[in-house]
Write a protein that binds this ligand. Structure first.
Ligand SMILES: NC(=O)c1ccc[n+]([C@@H]2O[C@H](COP(=O)([O-])OP(=O)(O)OC[C@H]3O[C@@H](n4cnc5c(N)ncnc54)[C@H](O)[C@@H]3O)[C@@H](O)[C@H]2O)c1
Ligand SMILES: O=c1ccn([C@@H]2O[C@H](COP(=O)(O)OP(=O)(O)O[C@H]3O[C@H](CO)[C@@H](O)[C@H](O)[C@H]3O)[C@@H](O)[C@H]2O)c(=O)[nH]1
Length: 452
């Protein structure tokens, strides 16, 4: 099989497929990426991936190329894992997918199945089927299926090898695609992973619906945080009490700085845009509010920093702990932490950032921010310290040792994971996003995605 597009999703998928015993050829148009992968080095940080990649490249089961002719010759199953980033108008940009199918199709010589794994607006598989039919030689008998991916960065390997479910979407009467997918995933299916076999449109929709639900859950609890701030309630206790209700559950109910990353923000916007095209825009109106609540978390964080600095940020030094959009990854796409860091800088603060894994990516994207090489160094000499990505390392820092190094021992916690009683005992003033009085109407304010 081949895996076309070897980014966060594709490199992990290719490696895990090889781990399951398949012969895999990964293809990417970025030669630096394929060169690193071929040497067994992932071009990004993902726990457990490096060792598995190294093992499978050394065994020869996993290889990489940038040649579509080679890929067409190699496999009868071609997974499509290229990017579907957000367009300026909010819709999904499908050019990488269109290009991948257009480049592969003319080389196909024997019956094969293309399987989309990228996250797409409903109707994309039908469009790509037309492209495929137009460009593939008749004898190739190429068909297209859609099997969306649900892995989380930071848990990508375990999520690929032990997913909650598999979704196989295929066009009417295309038993060949289903048989091929069942064969590829036989080990997982035998282990009891549920499979939903459906049509192409439903498969595409399942993915965007899942991400929309997750985003909605996060924004729901962050909306409760806004109300708690106004009413003097404690959103953490509220979340805990909701989580005991097994119908609600505790996952994706952590209040704080909200969601970022290369998936949830763009996927809810792409879903809204597509629903409008289909004349079903009203059905997804609530997702705009989900997005709006999420934006306001970033605005609120900046306000808390401003207040902690006596009302003005100009000339103040602010330490930012975290650059990745969440712990466990070096991915900074639409990172809430960096959006806040950039907004503080724009308001005149000197901002110094530290992240255990995402420093290189952050430096490349925001060379004008200052970077420190440790959590303690980022805190040094600051007027306020912001905890914005909940890496375990930050929870292990001794606040007493840090208090002497800062200009003022003020912490603002935008995430969970710090023992704030300990920080307070060490002399720190601690504000928590989600507590404290609301002072201004933020309905019109917005901090745009700093990484777009
Ligand atoms: N990152 C995740 O955790 C995750 C999880 C589930 C689904 N997804 C979805 O998977 C898709 C890929 O996401 P990602 O995070 O891996 O993106 P990414 O940007 O990290 O990877 C995309 C890769 O495709 C390559 N590429 C672009 N055009 C190409 C072409 N024509 N031929 C071959 N390679 C090409 C790029 O060089 C890049 O390496 C998106 O649709 C995303 O929404 C991502
Ligand atoms: O209770 C929570 C849970 C998460 N987050 C934030 O939400 C964002 C997304 O987190 P997560 O969903 O764990 O990360 P992703 O790797 O982006 O994974 C999502 O996006 C992928 C790409 O579509 C899907 O495959 C996954 O199923 C889906 O969880 C991050 O910024 C988190 O900090 C919260 O603020 N509160």
């Amino acid at each position: 099989m081949t895996v076309i597009g070897c980014g966060y999703l594709g490199a992990t998928h290719a490696t895990c497929m090889a781990e399951l015993g398949h012969e895999v050829l990964g293809l990417d148009t970025d030669p630096e990426k394929t060169a690193a992968l071929a040497e067994g080095r992932p071009p990004f940080y993902e726990p457990d991936l490096a060792e598995m990649l190294d093992r499978n490249t050394r065994s020869g089961r996993l290889r990489f190329t940038s040649s579509y002719a080679e890929a067409a010759e190699f496999g009868q199953l071609h997974f499509l894992a290229v990017g579907t980033p957000q367009r300026p108008d909010g819709a999904a940009d499908l050019r990488q997918l269109e290009s991948a199918v257009s480049l592969l199709a003319p080389h196909l010589r024997r019956p094969c199945v293309l399987v989309g794994k990228s996250t797409v607006p409903v109707g994309t598989a039908a469009l790509l089927t037309t492209t495929l039919r137009g460009l593939a030689p008749v004898g190739a008998r190429a068909s297209l299926a859609w099997s969306p991916e649900f892995l989380r960065e930071g848990h990508a390997v375990e999520d690929t090898l032990r997913p909650d479910r598999l979704v196989f979407g295929r066009s009417d009467g295309d038993g060949r695609s289903l048989a091929a997918l069942r064969e590829v995933y036989v080990a997982l299916i035998t282990a009891g992973i549920p499979v939903v076999e459906t049509d192409l449109a439903t498969a595409e929709l399942i993915k965007t619906a899942a991400n929309s639900f997750l985003a909605t859950k996060i924004s729901f609890i962050n909306a409760m945080a806004e109300v708690c701030e106004a009413a003097g309630g404690d959103v953490w206790q509220l979340a805990e009490a909701l989580a005991y209700d097994s119908r609600i559950g505790g996952q994706f109910l952590r209040p704080g700085l909200g969601f970022g990353g290369g998936c949830l923000p763009k996927d809810i916007r792409g879903f809204v845009a597509r629903a409008h095209e289909l004349g079903a825009g009203r059905a997804l109106g609530f997702l705009r509010e989900v997005d709006g609540v999420n934006d306001r978390r970033r605005v609120r964080m900046v306000e808390l920093a401003e207040r902690a600095c006596g009302g003005a940020l100009a000339g103040r030094r602010i330490g930012v702990w975290g650059a990745a959009f969440k712990p466990g990854t070096d991915d900074i796409r639409d990172s809430p932490a960096l959006a806040v860091a950039v907004a503080l800088r724009e308001r005149g603060a000197d901002v110094v950032v530290y992240d255990p894994r995402a420093m290189d990516n952050a430096r490349k994207a925001f060379p004008y921010l200052e970077y420190a090489d440790s959590a303690a160094a980022a805190a040094g000499g600051t007027d306020a310290l912001l905890h914005l990505t909940e890496w375990q390392e930050f929870g292990e820092v001794d606040p007493a040792g840090l208090a002497d190094r800062v200009r003022a021992p003020r912490l603002i916690d935008g995430r969970s994971g710090l023992d704030l009683d300990r920080w307070r005992r060490a002399g720190w003033t601690c504000d928590v996003l989600g507590h404290g009085p609301v002072e201004v109407d933020r309905s019109e304010s917005r901090i745009p995605d700093a990484t777009s």
